[in-house]
Design a protein around this ligand. Structure first.
Ligand SMILES: Cc1ncc(COP(=O)(O)O)c(C=O)c1O
Length: 361
């Protein structure tokens, strides 16, 4: 294939995959020539091909743009998963992906991570340093089984921005959000029970379902506003669903934020069928909205919502500080957390608690 046709095909793929949306400005001729190591005339020829296909329009003195046409992104609006509870598979694939972590020269897509070189983290590192220097025993001691009070007091403040009114004793600190999800699943369900999940869903949550010997019932999920409430109701009429596990705010992998009315409807449905909701809010604080979107937990009048999150996406994943606001399941959650890993390391909790109190978050 000639160079210009090869380039045209690549650009076409990028437009069709949605990297460039309708009306977006495309890279300049010079930029593409540099990026692809081809001549200016090769790029011009590639753009001419795309213009002829109606995919691209040229504007005098402005460059090339994606033609404003019908919807180009072949993105399914609603998933169509199998309509029955299933065993979770794919652990080998997940493991291979996790083992690939840190392989040199690779670009990591398996974990979403914050910019840990950011200077905004310096006050947190200073807190760790100061604690080590002046109160080393504090960080080395056993902590509280629910987590350090200083941190839990700050979690009260943070969750207030999600629409919740909670107290420090309403939290259990965990080793990241992964442990939070795993502990919650074990607290609300027993071996063989069915958990309703989004389709697609976060692979770590799916593996937690597998490890707890539970079955996943995938619910059709709209790529713009999340799990279908109608499909969920139908599924719950048909199967003995024990809990719903959702990431409704900045979903992983689809990115949507479920509208507030839909979050409320989901809560009402769980109430009607008397089941628990495990709400993964790990990305909630980094939504492109201010104030940040409210949680399903903000509607929780009877403690059936277990809100899970961590600082892995906002500060750094290596601290392994997460938490659960488990509502009426607090005692069970505390017990399961205790028997699985006792309490969490004290130093990162103390440092993060101080950092938030000082206004660093
Ligand atoms: C949706 C979701 N939940 C939970 C986790 C696990 O978070 P943590 O690293 O705090 O255990 C992740 C991590 O990628 C995630 O994307």
């Amino acid at each position: 294939m000639s160079r210009y046709l090869h380039l045209a095909t690549r650009l076409k793929e990028h437009i069709q995959m949605g990297y460039f949306a309708s009306g977006d400005k495309l890279p300049s001729v010079r930029q593409l020539a540099n990026e692809h190591g081809v001549s200016i005339s090769t790029v011009q020829e590639a753009y001419r091909v795309l213009e002829q296909e109606g995919l691209v329009t040229a504007k005098a003195k402005s460059g090339y743009f994606v033609a404003k046409a019908k919807e180009r992104i072949a993105r399914p609006r609603e998933s169509k998963p199998p309509q029955r509870p299933m065993d979770v598979s794919l652990w080998e694939d997940v493991l291979a992906m996790l083992m690939g972590h840190g392989v040199e020269a690779s670009c990591e897509f398996q974990h979403a991570m914050p910019d840990m070189s950011s200077s905004t983290l310096k006050p947190l590192l200073k807190n760790i340093y100061e604690l080590n220097r002046h109160r080393p025993q504090d960080g080395m001691s056993y902590g509280h089984v629910q987590g350090e009070l200083g941190l839990r007091e700050q979690l009260v403040r943070l969750t207030a921005t999600t629409g919740c009114q909670l107290d420090a004793e309403d939290f259990v600190v965990t080793s990241g959000c992964q442990e939070a999800l795993s502990v919650c699943l074990r607290a609300v369900a027993q071996s063989g029970d069915v958990i309703a999940v989004e389709s697609p869903g976060f692979y770590g949550a799916m593996q937690a379902i597998k490890a707890a010997n539970l079955k996943a019932l995938e619910i059709p999920t709209d790529s713009r506003d999340g799990m279908s409430i109608e499909a969920l109701r139908l599924a719950m009429d048909q199967w003995p669903v024990k809990a719903i596990l959702v990431t409704p705010t900045v979903n992983n992998p689809q990115g949507y934020v479920m509208p507030l009315a839909k979050k409320q409807a989901l809560y009402q449905l769980a109430r009607e069928y008397d089941i628990a909701i495990i709400e993964d809010d790990i990305y909630g604080d980094i939504a492109f909205e201010y104030p940040r979107p409210k949680t399903i937990k903000s509607f929780d009048e009877d403690g059936r919502v277990l809100l899970c999150s961590s600082f892995s996406k906002t500060l750094a994943p290596g601290f392994r500080v997460g938490w659960i606001a488990p509502g009426r399941y607090r005692d069970k959650v505390t017990h399961i957390k205790y028997v699985s890993s006792s309490m969490c390391p004290t130093l990162p909790q103390l440092a993060i608690g101080n950092f938030i109190r000082q206004g660093g978050y």
